[in-house]
Design a protein around this ligand. Structure first.
Ligand code: AMP
Length: 284
């Protein structure tokens, strides 16, 4: 596996790979790999001849009081895991290389960026769209793999690709979970043993409750959401940022449960903000 730091070197490698008629898949990440990341890499391996994984903790997508400086990092371990997962190139640019001092351009996907996480994290999706656009230009992938775990991010990227006529296919990978249902996330490392055990599971329990209620015939979104919020409140040390039922394409709130409904949630567990989402009615 090749470790590349410079965007120019990365671009040259991709160009060379493409002249050999190889297809290329990109998996953008912020590192500190867990099994969720590794499954995205395996999917990339299935889809394309060459796999590039980027690790970049993107300052542009963090708010002033967010966790940019303490975001977990372990490049040596990530390198080993990526190499074992048959990744061809690990691309780890520096912030200075990605954003030279005179950079001015940002990409904003208007409506989809506004609600949900965009409300509590202003500017977040502008940072995400901008860095993903840059990574797409540098690596010129045929495929890019994203996780459904970050559902709004996935919607924003898909919209950007459509709006800018980008010739890249987006593959959405289902959320990978711990055996007890907690969605894997690098940020789970922030949880204390007690928070992990007694509180973090509230999101998965909310999904299970929603599915049970819908299977029993519940279709009224406000009533369903009230039940979910009270379930979450019964877990110690939790604070709901949002819990919504949205159409999975437009991300617009729904009054009634449909086959296109997604339950989307952000909950603070102690100091750690966790997100999760799921379809709640496969059979409607
Ligand atoms: P991150 O490093 O957290 O920015 O995530 C990099 C990519 O991995 C994004 O496309 C995420 O949606 C995806 N991802 C993170 N956690 C999971 C998970 N538990 N299951 C599936 N994909 C995930």
């Amino acid at each position: 596996m090749l470790l590349v730091n410079s965007p120019a070197e990365m671009r040259a490698w991709s160009k060379q790979a493409r002249t050999k008629n190889n297809s290329l898949a990109l998996v953008p990440t912020m590192g500190y790999f867990h099994e969720g990341h590794l499954q995205l890499m395996r999917k990339a391996r299935e889809l394309a001849d060459q796999v590039v994984v980027s690790i970049f903790v993107n300052p542009l997508q963090f708010g002033a009081h967010e966790d940019l400086t303490r975001y977990p990092r372990d490049l040596a371990r990530d390198e080993q895991l990526a190499a074992r997962t048959a990744v061809d190139v690990l691309f780890c640019p520096s912030a200075e290389a990605m954003y030279p001092p005179l950079s001015q351009t940002k990409i904003r996907v208007e409506e989809l960026s506004r609600g949900l996480c965009g409300e509590s994290r202003p500017g977040h999706f502008e940072g995400v769209a901008t860095v993903v656009a840059k990574l797409f230009h540098i690596t010129a992938p045929d495929w890019a793999i994203f996780g459904e775990k970050d559902f709004q991010q996935l919607a924003v990227i898909r919209q950007m690709v459509r709006d800018l006529d980008w010739d890249v296919a987006i593959f959405a990978h289902p959320t990978v979970r711990e055996p007890d249902g907690l969605a894997m996330s690098s940020r789970n490392a922030y949880l204390s043993a007690d928070e992990r055990k007694s509180s973090a599971l509230c999101l998965w329990k909310a999904i299970e409750l929603a599915r049970r209620e819908v299977a029993k015939g519940e279709r009224d979104a406000p009533r369903l959401l009230a039940k979910i919020e009270s379930l979450i409140a019964s877990f110690p040390n939790t604070e709901v940022d949002y819990v919504r039922l949205v159409d999975e394409t437009s991300l617009k709130p729904q009054d009634l449960v449909t086959a296109q409904s997604r339950l989307v949630m952000a909950v603070k567990v102690g100091q750690t903000r966790l997100i999760d989402n799921a379809r709640i009615c496969e059979d409607l």
